[in-house]
Design a binder for this molecule. Sequence first.
Ligand SMILES: Nc1nc2c(ncn2[C@@H]2O[C@H](COP(=O)(O)OP(=O)(O)OP(=O)(O)O)[C@@H](O)[C@H]2O)c(=O)[nH]1
Length: 397
Amino acid sequence: MGFTVHLPTLLLLSVAINVLIGGLLWAIFRLRARQHCFRLWALACVAFAAGSLLAGSRAFIDAPWVTVFLAHLFLGLSPLLVLAGLQRFYGHSARKTRRFRHGLNAVAVGYCLTLLFAFQGDPLNARFLTALLSAAIFSVAVYGLSKLDTTPSLPVGILKVLFTMHGVLMMSQVLVIGADWLGINQLHTGFGLRLILINHILLAMATALALPLLAFTQSEQRLRIMAERDGLTGLYNRRSLFREGIRAFDNALQTQSPMAVLMMDLDHFKQINDRWGHAAGDEALRFVARTLRKELRNDDIIGRIGGEEFTVVLRISAEDDVRIITRRLLDAIANNGREIQGLPLYLSASIGGVERANRHTTFADMMIEADAALYNAKNKGRNRAEFGNLTPETTVT
Ligand SMILES: Nc1nc2c(ncn2[C@@H]2O[C@H](COP(=O)(O)OP(=O)(O)OP(=O)(O)O)[C@@H](O)[C@H]2O)c(=O)[nH]1
């Protein structure tokens, strides 16, 4: 049983879908504080739809300037606009952006001029050029995406696959036409190109759908980060620190493994704010967050649970000595926090620590004890650590 696709139907479907997605992207552009990548992607969809429509009307209109030249102008412009949108979306530095935009403008003008001189009414010439340009653009896009160290990774992965397929398809088109010109084509050129065109239309639709997905997953992730993280330091906020702490506690309880909680409070922080201003205080808080990240392991849970109050949940092993870790933290803060951004802040902190023991039935029990130990450390003169009850019979070994 032969498989046939009615090309005009597919073409019309692609035009309709691209116009619809273009409209959706334009609406996102209007809604999202005029984020320009969406306008560029909307225009890319419309350019693709216009190009497809003009190219498809070749059967009815005998005007190569419209059905070949103009059609391919739109079809070539479409991937350029997608690339320009991606560049805007990931927002590089102003200088890089300017250079990139000049580069894209130069490629667009070069493409128009080459098309103008080369097409000579022959659709194959125009297809060859557009395919060559598209293959190059998709390769640049894949290269750019793979250089990005960004999340969410799923839509980026989808786009990379789609762009790679686009690139390979466009290169096949170049090769099929090239082979035909050289007279070494074993395939029926019309059939080969038709197959490529069908795949290209399907891929263009998939790409148009993947672009809003990229945007929505990114904003969803931003919202999650805003809900979970402390805006000033990027550490866990109070709520997520408790959530992660409870998870770690339950896990340690189940596996009967040790863990520790450290509650840290900066000393005389009010004086720093009063003397050097709130901005210097904020900088000091960021410095403490950086220090904690640097001194602790990646799987330790670090949060800012109040103004100048931090909490760390340590997943320790039996060999780890919490006192040594705690001393290291206090020393790092006191030694490196003498001067922050040229200001003599002389930061120091106090820590209340506790190791999980059989008397703890919940994470909150550990937090209460750590808090009491912190209170103790403050009372005993600050810049020191005090620990909860660590008697051998109650401590997990
Ligand atoms: N810059 C800055 N200051 C903050 C922030 N959150 C809380 N603070 C300040 O932190 C200070 C905390 O002061 P206190 O609770 O009196 O504690 P302290 O001065 O550190 O004294 P001790 O803890 O007893 O050593 C207050 O002045 C708050 O305004 C913040 O996000 N940024």
